[in-house]
Structure formats: structure tokens, C-alpha cells
Design a protein around this ligand. Structure first.
Ligand SMILES: [Fe+2]
Ligand SMILES: [Fe+2]
Length: 272
């Protein structure tokens, strides 16, 4: 872990006592760097996420679901737009960045596990590199990943960066609608004897991918985010809240959560 300077420690203390920042404020380098990290990660994930969902407007199983998927795609595009605007206000060049990367690119191998590694140079959370191959995947993605994101974004409701804090309320509400869609559809498939086995197979595939989103438990980055008031809980705490919720639901719907072994995740992914 890096050593903190006395200036860093003074800043952590001020933030703990309620200091906040806006785009016009002079920002210590350590604050700006970590804030930008998190904002880029969210913006690129929202954008890549929306594009990954888009084909499912046409492929959804019925007219009602097509409307719901279209609504979810629109929400993700709006979330991306809001966060990219916050980045622009900070002097970042989001338009150039969006042109420079292929956000609709996905790993060609449906069964891949890339562990904690990145597949390309954009900033999306790495679960957004996996292809959504089946309707079951789309619903599991809502059930698992929108819930994980919802939990992570909840911390931003208390962010020390005011524009982000102000924007996150409606984003969180919309993420809750997405995860509610996941709950409803996954429950219905789990309770359908003809659909349960394949759903379980896809859950087994997505489970380590979503658990990896919370990062390695040994990582030090989380500590700095907490000290800067950019998060309020450790990754391990957020993950625990997430797993408890999923477990309760899976237990009552007859789905089994597979074992997850952080140490057994692949360290590197190289695209063939
Ligand atoms: Fe979103
Ligand atoms: Fe979402």
C-alpha cells in the first residue's frame, strides 16, 4: 500500500469532517485522480452496458419485454450521458474517448472467464466484456449485475464530489427497476421445470464473473476511495450485502449458488 503524506492525511481528515468538492474547486491531485478513475469506470460501464443490451430489444421473447428492454437501454444511455458530462466539466475529453474505443465489442468466447483482467483499453468494469448470448443471460445480468451496481452506487449517495452525489439518486432508482426486472424474470424461469436447468447452467457461468466485479479482497484501492469520501463501505462489505440478497432469493426459487474461489480466478486474459 502506498504511504500517505501528511498533506494527504490532512485532506482525509477534512473530508471526514464534511469537506466536499465541485468542478470549480481546486483539487488535490490524489483526489482528482481517484475521482476520475471511478467516474470513467462508471461512464464506460453504463455506455458499454447499454450497447450490450441493445440487440435484446429485437430478440426479447415478446412485445411487452421489448418495451422493457428498450426502456432499460434508454436508462443506461442516460446514465452514461450524465456521467460523461460530469467528466467533461472536469476537463476530460469524453467525446474523443468514445470515438477511440469499440464499446460494442465483446469477447467472442461465450464461456470465457477473464478473472480480474481487462480485455481492451477502455475503462468499463470487466463484466461488460462478456457477450449476452441468451435471454437467460440478459435476465441474469439484470438480476446480478444491476443489483451489484445498485449496491456500489448507493455509496455515491454520500459522495464528497457534489455533482456526482446530486446525479446518483435517479440513477439508483432506475437501477432498482432493472434489478426488479431481473428478479421477476429469473424467478419465473427458475420455477418453470422446463427452463430451470439451463438457467442454472448460465448462473454457474455468470456467478464468478459478477463476484470478480467486487475486486480482490487484498486490493488497496478501496482504502483510498473510502478515505476520500468517494465510497462509504469496503468492497468486502458491499459484496456481503449483495451475496446475502442473492442467496435468499436463489434459496427460495430452487437455484444453487456455485462455490466461488477468488484465488482460483485466472490472472490474465489474452485475446486469441
Ligand atoms: Fe445504469
Ligand atoms: Fe442498469
Amino acid at each position: 500500500m502506498r504511504e500517505y503524506t501528511s498533506e494527504d492525511l490532512k485532506l482525509f481528515d477534512e473530508i471526514k469532517n464534511g469537506r466536499t468538492f465541485g468542478p470549480e474547486d481546486e483539487m488535490p491531485e490524489i483526489y482528482r485522480k481517484n475521482l476520475l478513475n471511478l467516474l470513467w469506470m462508471q461512464a464506460d460501464s453504463e455506455y458499454a452496458g447499454g450497447l450490450g443490451y441493445m440487440p435484446w430489444i429485437a430478440k426479447a421473447p415478446n412485445a411487452h419485454e421489448r418495451v422493457l428492454v428498450a426502456q432499460i437501454v434508454k436508462d443506461e444511455m442516460r446514465h452514461a450521458h450524465v456521467i460523461y458530462r460530469i467528466l467533461d466539466e472536469l476537463g476530460e475529453k469524453t467525446h474523443d474517448h468514445m470515438l477511440a474505443h469499440e464499446f460494442d465489442w465483446r469477447i467472442p468466447d461465450d464461456l470465457a472467464n477473464i478473472g480480474f483482467s481487462r480485455a481492451k483499453k477502455d475503462k468499463r468494469v470487466n463484466i461488460f466484456y462478456y457477450p449476452i448470448t441468451y435471454w437467460e443471460d440478459f435476465c441474469l445480468f439484470n438480476f446480478l449485475m444491476d443489483r451489484a451496481a445498485g449496491h456500489q452506487l448507493e455509496d455515491t449517495l454520500n459522495s464528497s464530489y457534489t455533482p456526482w452525489k446530486n446525479a446518483i439518486g435517479t440513477i439508483c432508482k432506475e437501477e432498482h427497476m432493472h434489478l426488479a426486472h431481473g428478479d421477476k424474470t429469473v424467478k419465473a424461469m427458475a420455477e418453470d421445470p422446463e427452463k430451470r436447468a439451463f438457467l442454472q447452467e448460465r448462473l454457474n457461468l455468470w456467478w464468478p464473473r459478477v463476484m470478480n466485479v467486487f475486486g480482490k479482497s487484498s486490493g488497496a484501492t478501496n482504502d483510498i476511495y473510502l478515505r476520500l469520501g468517494l465510497k462509504t463501505r469496503t468492497n468486502a462489505q458491499v459484496r456481503e450485502a449483495f451475496v446475502n440478497e442473492i442467496k435468499e432469493k436463489c434459496d427460495s426459487w430452487g437455484l444453487v449458488i456455485p462455490e466461488y474461489n477468488e484465488a482460483a480466478q485466472p490472472l490474465e486474459y489474452t485475446l486469441n
